[in-house]
Design a binder for this molecule. Structure first.
Ligand SMILES: [Zn+2]
Length: 507
């Protein structure tokens, strides 16, 4: 759910102050002794159509404007051929008076759209936008419920931001969601942007013998001849963070440690993979992070390990998703995805171009975990390796002149707060973002740094963040010099030096 800008206006207030109302001007003045009929006591309100994008700087077409989703209720019936028969009920609150609005939905066939209280709803589904014309006006601040019936076979979607197609991934015997940044719309109609978080109730019916796995809390489970249905409840989640996998799965581990449940679900084919045992370290990782970042924001963690070769993992909320490839990366990836539960999941982005706030923190966090597990030298070697690549030192050591090296790294690695639309997950957002926190740690020490991070998670848990707001917080907690240092790491074109380590970039 979006936490800012929701007007808490009563409908009557909106009516009285509305500037787009139609006022009959050619009627005689009413007889003051006779109460006017109800129909003329309230002016008619004409709303506008919500924008087809939510206002993202880097990806203006993502998400939709004019409303805030409170809850999705999704009922999906999955066939043996991976076809989906579905009903999505979406409770949303108009942020302005709306005559209609868009939902994001890629592919799939929309069969019906109904909106409670509106008799003449029309819809048009083109490309990835489902436009809903209400045939009337929904009043700002007054929740409406939209029900979309649809079916088809989900397909992943093209995205500029990443070098693969996010959303529904499918192999012969497995399907799963890997949605960052905007692949949730491959499965259901959605306001597909992290700025609009919502509660989700997800009911999935699978053929008998096929398992569905998701996150949050299981609220009901039923098994029958016509299939198995499981219902999950997820709270305050960005659409791309919804986990889901369907296929043959085994619950390899279900420990509860310090009130957190660690379910490790594994594709049957991967149960004997030695890497699966590595996930037993998760409670230790979380305990270590809690001391530095503050309380773990959820009551579940764990892992969803799918038998696919995609070279990535995703911080799906309460149960990160790993592939057979990424599960083998061990401590690095486990610590990284668990750190995202604080940075990216509990604290969400308002704008995708601030992605370093997710990836820089998760990278710094997995370096910290490597230090804890394998010693300071391991942390230091990760830091130095990242710095050599991003600064161009590595290039000069292989014979490139300093000026050419500096030009090449400028072209390859934009500053963390300015990634290109075609390359959102540039190494800079991870490693220069992480190095920014290393530089801050070098400058102010552990006590001050982790005080800052705990203040950050306490203040922004469950809400959204921007780079500007984070830099303002650094200024407030640590003062203007540390804030200026961090700004140079995040904003300046050229990477700063790491003087304490004798690392100076070639120029
Ligand atoms: Zn990450």
């Amino acid at each position: 759910m979006r936490r800012s800008g929701v007007p808490a206006l009563a409908a009557a207030v909106v009516l009285a102050s509305c500037t787009t109302s139609v006022t009959p001007v050619d009627l005689p003045p009413p007889d003051p002794t006779v109460a006017p009929p109800a129909s003329t006591a309230v002016e008619e309100v004409i709303g506008e159509f919500g924008a087809p994008g939510i206002g993202d700087r880097l990806y203006p077409e993502l998400g939709n404007g004019g409303y805030d989703v409170e809850r999705y209720r999704l009922e999906l019936e999955v066939g043996t051929d991976w076809s989906v028969n579905a009903v999505a009920r979406i409770d949303l609150v108009p942020l302005e008076n709306l005559s209609g609005f868009n939902l994001d939905l890629a592919g799939l066939d929309v069969e019906s759209v109904e909106v409670e209280g509106f008799e003449t709803v029309a819809f048009e589904h083109q490309s990835r936008e489902l436009a809903v014309d209400l045939g009337g006006t929904a009043i700002a601040g007054v929740q409406i419920s939209v029900t979309v019936g649809y079916s088809g076979t989900p397909r992943s979607v093209p995205a500029d931001a990443v070098p693969f197609r996010p959303g529904w991934q499918q192999t012969d015997d497995l399907a799963y969601l890997f949605s960052q940044p905007d692949g949730a719309q491959s499965l259901f109609p959605v306001n597909d942007h992290p700025l609009d978080r919502a509660d989700v109730s997800l009911a999935v019916t699978t053929p008998t013998g096929v398992e569905a796995v998701s996150g949050g809390t299981v609220v009901s489970e039923s098994r029958g001849d016509s299939g198995d249905t499981v219902v999950w409840e997820m709270t305050d989640i960005a659409p791309y963070l919804i986990p889901l996998a369907i296929g043959q799965f085994t619950l390899a581990s279900d420990r509860v440690v310090d009130g957190v449940r660690y379910d490790v679900w594994v594709s049957d084919d991967l149960v004997d993979l030695p890497a699966v045992d590595t996930f037993e370290i998760q409670p230790e990782v979380i305990a270590f992070f809690e001391q530095r970042f503050g309380p773990y924001p959820f009551d579940r963690a764990g892992a969803l390990i799918v038998d696919d070769d995609l070279g990535a993992a995703l911080e799906t909320q309460t149960i990160p998703t790993y592939t057979a490839t990424s599960a083998r990366w061990g401590d690095v990836v486990i610590a990284h995805e668990l750190a995202h539960q604080w940075f990216g999941d509990s604290i969400a982005l308002e704008q995708w171009d601030d992605i370093w706030l997710n990836e820089g923190f998760a990278t710094f966090a997995h370096w910290l975990w490597l230090e804890e597990r394998f010693g300071f030298e391991r942390y230091d070697s990760e830091v130095e390796a990242a710095y050599r690549t991003l600064s161009g030192i590595g290039l000069t050591e292989s014979g490139v002149t300093p000026a050419v090296a500096a030009d090449r790294v400028r072209a390859a690695f934009p500053p963390p707060d300015d990634p290109r639309a075609s390359d959102l997950f540039n190494r800079s957002v991870y490693e220069r973002g992480g190095l920014a926190l290393v530089a801050l740690r070098d400058a102010v020490g552990d006590e001050a740094l982790f005080d800052l991070i705990r203040t950050y998670t306490q203040r922004y848990s469950g809400s959204s963040i921007t780079t500007d707001a984070f830099l303002a917080l650094v200024d407030e907690v640590l003062g203007d010099e540390p804030a200026a240092l961090l700004t140079s790491w995040v904003v300046d074109v050229d990477i700063p030096a790491l003087p304490g380590r004798g690392l100076v970039p070639p120029r």
